[in-house]
Ligand binder design. Structure first.
Ligand SMILES: NC(=O)c1ccc[n+]([C@@H]2O[C@H](COP(=O)([O-])OP(=O)(O)OC[C@H]3O[C@@H](n4cnc5c(N)ncnc54)[C@H](O)[C@@H]3O)[C@@H](O)[C@H]2O)c1
Length: 335
């Protein structure tokens, strides 16, 4: 913390009721030992916590405790805690230092890096928020040992996504080690986490406010968001929806770039376990949901596609028929 330029004093730890009992005591002891005065605030685990009422409670705790502009907010948990506590840090006293201590795989390779913070609104996810870069991100991959299996595979989809869009060598590494990755062998997963996190940092470093290149991080997400929307949130995890969405996006990529090794790439994605059946979701509803996303964005419908493995770009130049075929492919109804 000192190396990140943070001055000793009070600090507010925000965690959830799954992660807090596992790791917050240890964190508090370490902070006390280093001369900090921590206070812990615990929110309920789960996506519904990314909401105004929980944000309000963090404001209440922080302001009634007595914070100043140099009081860091420490987010200890997954992407939900990171986004919520991050937005509290972005807005309290016009911006407090933020420390991200990500404990889920999604948070370690993705959400803790890049400065997007926010909460959900009934109209849609992540619609209220701010860019607020953390002063420090510190990920301990050993905390992942307690992550539930479904959360692991969900995060794996995002890590694999980073390989698809930016690093063909990492993709080959994942292909080679998939069984050990699914078994969570640390000797194999730690390098994957480091490299996937570095890709996120590099992409964001080039385009902090998502004016251009950062959008490639949405590979599989135009399809994935539609899956989440049609199935109802919670049926598929976000990572599961993205894994299926990437299968569709790969098909679409091959429509534009016939040399793309679709079969090889798809074989890798099919190894990521997904609960829930895409075939249960009607294609017209999925197509409509993609356009609803566009309406929220106020932009034309855009897709992230691969020119080759490890190289992505954004395009709106795709045909309706190809998008429909991509859905069929992701459902396993097309070769
Ligand atoms: N800000 C960004 O750039 C960005 C990027 C991707 C996703 N997100 C957001 O991140 C959220 C998803 O992140 P997530 O999957 O981490 O969700 P999450 O925070 O809900 O964590 C998933 C579950 O795992 C538990 N958990 C986390 N770490 C654990 C550990 N080490 N041991 C045991 N249990 C643990 C949590 O308590 C929760 O029950 C979504 O809200 C999404 O919108 C944000």
């Amino acid at each position: 913390m000192a190396a990140a330029g943070l001055r000793r004093g009070r600090c507010l730890i925000v965690t959830d009721d799954h992660v807090g009992p596992l790791y917050a005591d240890r964190l508090e002891q370490a902070l006390l030992g280093a001369g900090w005065s921590p206070r812990r605030y615990t929110v309920p685990a789960g996506e519904s916590t990314k909401s105004l009422p929980h944000l309000q409670k963090i404001y209440d705790v922080a302001l009634s405790w007595g914070i100043d502009r140099r009081t860091p907010v420490i987010a200890l948990g997954g992407g939900v805690v990171g986004d919520l506590a991050g937005f509290a840090a972005a807005t309290l006293l016009r911006g407090l230092p933020l420390v991200q201590l990500p404990t889920s795989l999604i948070a370690q390779v993705d959400s803790a890096i890049g400065g997007k913070t926010g909460i959900n609104h009934v109209v849609g996810k992540n619609l209220i928020g701010a860019f607020h870069q953390p002063a420090l991100v510190c990920a301990d991959p050993e905390t992942l040992a307690t992550l539930p299996p479904r959360e692991w595979t969900s995060g794996l989809a995002e890590a694999v996504k980073h390989a698809f869009i930016a690093d063909a060598d990492l993709l080959a590494y994942v292909e080679q080690h998939m069984p050990a990755i699914l078994e969570r062998d640390p000797s194999v997963t730690h390098p994957l986490i480091c490299r996937a996190a570095a890709i996120k940092a590099a992409v964001v470093g080039e385009d902090e406010r998502e004016a251009g290149r950062r959008a490639i991080l949405n590979f599989g997400h135009t399809f994935g968001h539609a899956i989440e929307r049609v199935a109802g949130y919670g049926v598929f995890t976000h990572g599961e929806a993205v894994a299926l969405g990437m299968r569709a996006a790969l098909y679409l990529s091959r429509c534009l770039h016939p040399d793309l090794p679709l079969e090889r790439a798809d074989r890798l994605l099919r190894q990521i376990p997904v609960q829930g059946r895409l075939a249960d979701l009607p294609i017209p509803a999925l197509m409509q949901a993609m356009h609803a996303d566009k309406k929220v964005d106020g932009r034309t419908l855009r897709f992230v596609v691969l020119r080759r493995l490890g190289e992505a770009y954004v395009t709106a130049d795709v045909s309706h028929d190809d998008v429909e075929a991509a859905w069929l492919f992701a459902r396993g109804e097309l070769d």
